[in-house]
Design a binder for this molecule. Structure first.
Ligand SMILES: [Zn+2]
Length: 227
């Protein structure tokens, strides 16, 4: 499809760095390119002072690289929300569109979108939008399948890259802000048992791994006992 740009690499490195150590393979997977393509690009990013590579600690964004990554992520997430709110896109349609548009809008356009949307904190999938100053709001969250059994779990975000997953989640009302009861997994690697809006649902493990949130403070075992 489209050739990944420098900004795509910076976003991939930023997101990998947030999850721990980065390998060229992580980057290759996120960007969707081969390992040799990553090595070549990494040399270029080092020359441009966007990335530094340390013999012991590996691949890191420089402050300049980090700023650029956060600006691109900000544009991406603002565009997604703009498309949903103002242009009537569905939430599963906006990620690919934003992947393209994020490289082309001007700072003024970005500012006007933010204004029009009332300087929002989250995109349609629940991802936090970095501030104009390039600060990423901190969100405490865990993947759904690691929640304590019989807890009440509030969804904060869903991974946004797969339209099929988002359609599936929406059909089950698994949206940011929704509270679900988590009852653990069926034996032999089966689905997860959850209750959404009073309805029991067998949730596919692959989907459960893409849903993030936090255990609701008032929704521990006390709340779950009703079921
Ligand atoms: Zn997206």
């Amino acid at each position: 499809m489209h050739t990944p740009s420098i900004e795509d690499y910076l976003k991939a490195i930023y997101k990998s760095e947030a999850e721990g150590d980065i390998t060229s393979r992580d980057i290759a997977e996120r960007v969707g390119v081969s390992a040799p393509a990553v090595s070549k690009m990494l040399r270029r990013l080092v020359e441009l002072k966007l990335v530094r590579i340390h013999a012991k600690t590996g691949i890191h964004l420089t402050p300049f690289g980090q700023r650029t990554a956060l600006q691109t992520i900000r544009k991406h997430r603002l565009i997604e929300l703009f498309l949903v709110r103002e242009l009537g896109y569905r939430w599963d349609e906006v990620h690919d569109e934003a992947e393209r548009l994020e490289h082309h809008i001007s700072p003024l356009f970005e500012e006007r979108i933010a204004e029009k949307l009332g300087h929002p904190d989250f995109d349609p999938h629940g991802d936090p939008i970095p501030t104009a100053e390039g600060r990423m709001p901190e969100v405490e969250e865990i993947p759904l399948h690691t929640a304590e059994i019989e807890s009440h779990f509030v969804i904060t975000r869903l991974v946004d890259g797969d339209p099929k997953l988002l359609q599936y989640a929406a059909s089950l009302h698994l949206l940011p802000g929704a509270t679900i009861e988590f009852h653990g997994r069926q034996p032999f690697g089966g689905p997860y048992n959850i209750i959404v809006g009073g309805e029991p649902v067998a949730l596919a493990p692959e989907a459960a791994a893409q849903i993030f949130g936090r255990v609701s403070p008032d929704g521990g075992r006390r709340g779950a006992r009703r079921s």
